[in-house]
Design a protein around this ligand. Structure first.
Ligand code: NAP
Length: 250
């Protein structure tokens, strides 16, 4: 009997690293996909090297992702059965569409949409072999309200939700369940952002929280609880949905 494993993208990110710690505490095998840095998960990986493998890759590079994931699966003999896709690129330039640089726009779409296609295509191969898989994609509340000065991010997040809806229908017969979780503002460590981007976020969050009935950002726990259920054996019927975690703000 093979051991299952959870694949987490953006595993060094705010949400991804929280999920990695939670699922590690639950005794799961983890394949953590990181991009540039590993500072949030370094200690976790060192302490649980028997149950964690780290894959460092740019998700927009399909060939490299496919090769490196296959290497890990061959080496461990794990059978991945869940994917949590949190990785995201953001535009830190804060410009309207009219003022946006075409290359910047393309880069965000490439990381977020092509990257989503790439991780799904590489992962589905394993899920389909076993007719078993559950997927949570991360969208954002901006998929329904837009994001002035962030069109590429907003477009990519709406696109991810629609990939989820479509994939759920395509792969239902293979017993693969796909949902998108779309939070509003989350309380995160924003120290990695530039001064101007941090200011933009803070002003945006203040405005959004004024309109939020529960008057606070989502916590990691708020998000984890829903995702844990969607990925659990208890969920065999909810698929193709987009869940908004927004403290009552429609
Ligand atoms: N934080 C919020 O308030 C909020 C609100 C709504 C929705 N969300 C969504 O929730 C999810 C998690 O958000 P978060 O705050 O945890 O984000 P985060 O801290 O910025 O983490 C995102 C991760 O994605 C990685 N990444 C970026 N480009 C990549 C690429 N080309 N290939 C592979 N990995 C790449 C980054 O790695 P590097 O840093 O090494 O490049 C980073 O670790 C995202 O999908 C986001 O859109 C967040």
């Amino acid at each position: 009997m093979k051991n299952n494993a959870i694949i987490i993208t953006g595993a060094n990110g705010n949400v991804g690293s929280y999920f990695a710690k939670k699922y590690c505490d639950l005794g799961e095998n983890l394949i953590l996909i990181i991009h540039k840095s590993d500072h949030r998960i370094k200690e976790l990986v060192n302490d649980h090297s028997d149950r964690i493998r780290v894959l460092k890759v740019d998700l927009s590079d399909y060939s490299m992702l496919k090769i490196k994931l296959a290497e890990i699966i061959t080496e461990t003999d794990w059978e991945p059965d869940r994917l949590i896709h949190t990785a995201t690129a953001r535009s830190s330039t804060i410009k309207s569409l009219a003022d946006s640089d075409p290359e910047m726009w393309k880069n965000i779409i490439n990381a977020n949409l092509v990257g989503t296609f790439n991780i799904l295509k590489t992962t589905l191969k394993y899920f389909k072999e076993n007719s078993n898989g559950k997927i949570v994609l991360f969208g954002s509340n901006v998929s329904r309200i837009g994001l002035p000065k962030g069109t590429a991010y907003a477009a990519s997040k709406a696109g991810i939700a629609n990939i989820g809806r479509t994939l759920a229908a395509e792969e239902a017969a293979s017993n693969i369940i796909v949902n998108t979780v779309s939070p509003g503002p989350i309380k995160i460590d924003d120290s990695q952002f530039s001064e101007s981007y941090r200011k933009f976020r803070q002003e945006y969050y203040e405005e959004k929280l004024r309109e939020t009935p529960l008057k606070r950002c989502a916590s990691f726990q708020d998000i984890f609880g829903l995702c844990e259920f969607l990925l659990s054996k208890d969920n065999s019927y909810i698929t193709g949905e987009e869940f908004f975690i927004t403290g009552g703000k429609i």
